[in-house]
Design a protein. Structure first.
Ligand SMILES: [Zn+2]
Ligand SMILES: [Zn+2]
Lengths: 190, 145
């Protein structure tokens, strides 16, 4: 098994199969981050694809001062920002996006024979409500919350990815969590 | 320390970022303040719920799609590289031609007519007409002789 930095060096030499190994290793994490941002399967797939296309196009300028993963997640965060900006100009209903996500989780549940379907349906509903609530947060709070509470990254890694101080991570995270809590409570009261 | 200060520490507390002294004060406060205790429990619960969200994996065949894009992109890049190399050569050639015309424009009036003014084409035309006139008068002289 080659290390990331070995795979990066091979990729810089134009060895496509080395880069493909990096995609295999990181595709789920990148996709999951994108999904937390937009709660839409097709859009997350587009974002994740362009993350890797951009990573390959720019791998020559990656100086390896940071870990490959940090660099890749930074590209992911940027692509999410770009996708959100683009989406705001098109008018897409959030409900349509969420029901799209619901289809996927339902398909996954049905594929899993062992799952207690009734129980899974309830949790899937809660999950969709939470995912929808996350998409109602301002961009930077959405990012910080995704990296910390969904991806379980450390403050140090988040500060490197977002290029902000750990104190700022702390403050933004505090606001993001409180804001999300308010959004969820408002939904539950309805 | 009042209640508001503790509220600001809840997030840091659940991430284990408080110093041992701060942590002790915080927990002591929560033991006697139902509001802060409830808030701490709720935010802890929120984080755990977010952590337990179902991980969404990339679809099957994801690598194949990306690699196809990269390979077609690489083809496109090399096409542009060739195109720009050709374009660069074309620009160099036209610069050389342009340079010759400018040089011609600069030196020709001195040869043909020192008072001449105007563009290079005009200067060229004047030069050609003048030489023709000179030739013709020479011919006249020859034939007239
Ligand atoms: Zn209190
Ligand atoms: Zn309080």
């Amino acid at each position: 098994m080659l290390s990331d930095s070995e795979l990066v060096r091979f990729s810089k030499d134009g060895r496509l199969e080395a880069f493909e190994s990096l995609i295999t290793k990181y595709k789920d994490r990148v996709y999951n981050i994108a999904f937390s941002f937009c709660a839409n399967a097709a859009e997350s797939d587009d974002i994740a694809q362009s993350v890797f296309v951009k990573a390959y196009a720019n791998i020559g300028s990656f100086e390896e001062k940071a870990a490959f993963s940090t660099w890749l997640y930074r590209i992911t965060v940027n692509e999410c920002y770009t996708a959100l900006k683009k989406r705001r100009t098109n008018v897409l209903s959030l409900d349509a996006e969420i029901s799209n996500a619901e289809d996927i989780s339902l398909a996954d549940i049905l594929a899993d024979a062992k799952a207690d379907i009734e129980k899974a349906m309830v949790s899937s509903e809660t999950q969709n409500m939470m995912r929808k609530s996350i998409t109602e947060l301002p961009d930077k709070y959405r990012i910080i919350l995704t990296l910390r509470d969904i991806e379980d990254m450390s403050y140090e890694e988040i500060s490197r990815i977002m290029k902000i101080s750990q104190d700022k991570v702390k403050v933004w995270l505090f606001r993001a969590r409180n804001k999300l809590k308010q959004i969820i409570e408002k939904k539950e009261r309805k | 320390m009042n209640c508001k200060n503790f509220c600001n520490q809840v997030s840091a507390y659940i991430d284990g970022l408080l110093t041992p002294a701060e942590k002790e004060l915080f927990e002591k406060h929560c033991a006697s303040c139902a509001g802060c205790a409830k808030e701490t429990a709720e935010l802890k619960n929120l984080r755990l719920s977010l952590l337990s969200l179902k991980k969404m994996p990339a679809r099957a065949g994801f690598e194949t799609s990306v690699m196809a894009k990269i390979e077609s992109g690489a083809g496109l890049a090399s096409f542009f590289e060739t195109f720009f190399r050709a374009a660069k050569a074309a620009v160099l050639v036209s610069l050389v031609v342009f340079g010759i015309i400018i040089a011609f424009d600069y030196f020709t009036p001195a040869v043909a007519q020192p008072t001449a003014s105007g563009g290079s084409i005009a200067a060229l035309n004047r030069y050609v007409l003048q030489s023709a006139a000179v030739n013709m008068s020479n011919e006249k002289l020859v034939t007239g002789r």
